[in-house]
Design a protein around this ligand. Structure first.
Ligand code: DAH
Length: 350
């Protein structure tokens, strides 16, 4: 057996020199280390060999195995490097060829509106808060004075994931979350205000002005002396910034379970500037958002004492603002990603 091993070493040395490709290398691996190889036979032979012989055969076959493997590894590496270099050579980049021109458009019109409103509120000192689209029934409804079974839920009831989780029907869930969070550190004179935006989902039939999924911006301010006059000022200021200095707002009494009093806010019609036209149904005004003073009930539900703090709140439909601002007639245009639509916004925004 020892002689066999010595002979195979010689044979290996002679053959390995002639290996010039991966295929032959694989064959050699099989021949010299595979299950019919002399090394494998030596292993079998050891079972019946004497102690002395075992030692000698074991040692020699280990040395040979290591030697074979080292050569195989070296060659594998050599062939791989060669292949790679060959490929790189073929892939040389010609920097003198003119590039492919990409069309860069502007931000999506909904993002333009969100950016603009966020800028206004951050200048007014509001925090900007990220929201969650998948919300618990508790924060979407219960903490906003919409207990289980409340009829006002019917207007919104939508996509339940299970008994407790729902795709939020409005961004007011973040106002509930922010109020609960704020309640932990409220002191005399402390003041909290934030806005949040994102997708909301409703059981709505899709048409030119309605979509079962759309975007909202919801905000609130809570403090010791926040009044309805503050609410009016904030919304008036925002509308003038969004639609121009000449814009007037009008507040109409309305109902939301989480605000008391509640109002629907209109602005002078962007098309006819208040004169009366088809868009505003001859009224001179178009509705743009809902708002109100946070209901004492909601403050209590979020662990805030309504005797100590008051708050203003509002919820804005982003699509509605964008449609009025840019004269868009069909809400679906926002979602279809048609570049002919999107590229019209190239000159808006920054
Ligand atoms: N969440 C209301 C809706 O989706 C809008 C709204 C109204 C939000 C009044 C508010 C608010 O924060 O104070 O119709």
């Amino acid at each position: 057996m020892i002689n066999n091993l010595k002979a195979i070493e010689k044979e290996f040395e002679a053959k390995i020199k002639g290996v010039t490709d991966e295929k032959t290398l694989e064959q050699m691996k099989k021949e010299f280390l595979g299950k019919d190889s002399v090394i494998a036979q030596a292993g079998m032979h050891m079972k019946s060999a004497s102690v002395e012989e075992k030692k000698e055969i074991g040692k020699l076959s280990n040395i040979l195995k290591a030697k074979f493997m080292r050569h195989f590894d070296e060659l594998t590496h050599k062939f791989k490097t060669f292949e790679l270099n060959k490929r790189l050579e073929g892939e040389k980049i010609d920097l003198s060829i003119p590039g492919v021109k990409l069309d860069f458009y502007n931000k999506h019109p909904l993002n333009l509106v969100i950016d603009e409103i966020y800028t206004i509120f951050s200048e007014l000192g509001f925090d900007l808060v990220d929201g969650t689209e998948l919300e618990t029934d508790e924060y979407c409804f219960q903490k906003l004075n919409l207990p289980i079974g409340h009829p006002a839920r019917d207007m919104q009831d939508t996509f339940y994931i299970n008994e407790k989780l729902v795709l939020r029907t409005h961004c007011t869930n973040m106002t509930a979350r922010a109020l609960t969070e704020a309640a932990k550190n409220l002191t005399k004179n402390s003041y909290v205000s934030s806005v949040s935006y994102g997708n909301v989902y409703r059981r709505d039939d899709d048409d030119a002005t309605h979509s079962h999924q759309f975007m909202q911006i919801d905000g609130f301010a809570l403090g010791d002396k926040i009044s309805f006059a503050n609410l009016r000022w904030v919304l008036d200021y925002m509308c003038k910034r969004l639609f121009g200095e000449a814009t007037k707002i009008r507040m109409r009494p309305s109902y939301f379970p989480f605000t008391e009093p509640s109002v629907e806010v209109d602005i002078t019609c962007v098309t006819c500037k208040g004169a009366g036209c088809n868009i505003c149904k001859q009224t001179g005004f178009v509705e743009i958002l809902g708002a109100g003073m946070i209901s004492p009930k909601v403050l209590t539900l979020n662990n805030i004492d309504p005797e100590q703090k008051t708050g203003l709140a509002f919820g804005i439909g982003v699509e509605r603002i964008a449609m009025l601002k840019y004269g868009i007639k069909n809400i679906r245009d926002f979602y279809e990603n048609d570049v002919r639509f999107l590229k019209q916004f190239k000159f808006f925004g920054e």
